[in-house]
Design a protein around this ligand. Structure first.
Ligand code: PLP
Length: 384
């Protein structure tokens, strides 16, 4: 028995993605080549682009394919920062709990003289008063995530971006929607985002493919320059021969899920609530945001058992969860998202993330709750 409950780290390939992947594997041409083999590859890439733009509800603007969500965010943040030869503003707003792909890029920009202000997100709520107070000086850009990858908190990016744009219409807004795309309904226009980061492997496509949505306005005003330069692929925005197989499978995965977005959201809401109710009966503390949350991510703190110990216990039973985001588990540091949420370092170290996909069922949750209950009894007894 294998129960996969780590869908925010990555997701299994969907049948639709596998079918597109197999089809594209037969298509060996380079999309930049002018012969028929090249045109066939280009057709696959442009078909995927159309599908994803339409699932994004983007009526205008471009989609640039990248190697992952991290690269899309680097293009967004460095590409806009370096497009401005004479910056008339250097303040960047973000949150105190962004994914490292945003946080580490912004730390680098701080070294180039940008002022980065991190708005608190205690209990999973973006501090709007602090945001408003930070608008006392002209804003260059803002980068806010849609769904926090560890707590599932929804930060109300639309409201935040609208406030920023109202005062500074030229401010550039970037949203890391890696955990939100095809999980919660949104369009770049509705959330006033100029740039949106997406990642294939969180939506049942393969690893190694991501995309950045860029608004028409940003392109028209030349407010973004490429980060990877070379042969000029992706309309010059991202050089390097396209990953045709990955891109095509990304399109296939999106075409499959998008029509079920509403249905899946309702399913995840019911399943998420079922899981929260079941888990709340155990000796754990649920770290639920006090504001809105995406239903597919649930974070909990164990009674003084290190999350890694519990993760291995569950893994031996064929149940896969996460001891924090897959990225922060490499660094060995306490998760900055959980610290920002309000947990102390010890509690953060004892916290597990359960993340669902449409493939999960109530019986997966029952098995998890049973194994977790047994695990707590066993591991607490060993400690005594
Ligand atoms: N942003 C968020 C919120 C994520 O959860 C992740 C991956 O976990 C990323 C960005 C990075 O995406 P990728 O793995 O495609 O680089």
């Amino acid at each position: 028995m294998k129960i996969y409950l780590d869908n925010s780290a990555t997701t299994p390939l969907s049948d639709a993605a596998k079918a597109k992947l197999t089809e594209a594997a037969e298509c060996y041409g380079n999309p930049s080549s002018l012969h028929e083999a090249g045109l066939a590859a280009e057709k696959l890439v442009s078909e995927a682009r159309k599908t994803i733009l339409s699932a994004l509800g983007a009526r205008q603007g471009e989609l640039v394919f990248t190697s992952c969500g991290t690269e899309a965010t680097s293009l967004a943040l460095f590409g806009t920062a370096f497009a401005k030869e004479r910056r008339d503003a250097n303040r960047i707003l973000t949150t105190d709990s962004e994914h490292p792909s945003v946080e580490n890029a912004l730390q680098r920009l701080e070294k180039y003289g940008f002022e980065v202000i991190r708005i608190p997100t205690r209990a999973g709520v973006l501090d709007m008063q602090r945001l408003e107070a930070s608008l006392d000086k002209k804003i260059f850009s803002a980068s806010f995530m849609m769904v926090n990858n560890e707590t599932g908190a929804l930060y109300g990016v639309g409201e935040a971006f609208k406030k920023i744009k109202k005062k500074y219409p030229a401010a550039i807004t970037h949203c890391d929607a890696v955990q939100g795309f095809l999980k919660v309904p949104f369009t770049p226009e509705r959330i006033s985002a100029d740039l949106v980061t997406l990642s294939g492997h969180k939506v049942h496509a393969p690893k190694g493919v991501g995309a950045l949505y860029i608004s028409k306005e940003l392109i028209k005003t030349k407010s973004i320059v490429p980060f990877l330069v070379g042969g000029g692929q992706e309309k010059g925005m991202r050089s390097g021969t396209e990953n045709v197989i990955g891109i095509s499978a990304f399109g296939g995965a999106v075409a499959d899920i998008y029509p079920r977005l509403k249905e899946n959201f309702e399913k995840m809401t019911i399943l998420g609530k079922y899981a929260e109710d079941k888990l709340a009966r155990l000796d754990v503390r649920l770290n639920l945001p006090i504001g809105e949350k995406a239903p597919h991510i649930i974070n909990l703190t164990l009674p003084s058992i290190k999350s890694e110990t519990m993760l291995h216990y569950l893994s031996q039973k064929g149940i896969y969860v996460s001891s924090g985001s897959a990225c922060s588990s490499h660094s060995g540091k306490a998760s900055s998202s959980l610290l920002a949420f309000g947990l102390d370092a010890h509690s953060a170290d004892c916290s597990l993330r359960i993340s669902l996909s449409e493939y999960n069922t109530e019986s997966d949750i029952d098995a998890l709750a049973e194994a977790l209950g047994e695990g707590i009894d066993t591991l607490v007894r060993i400690k005594r």
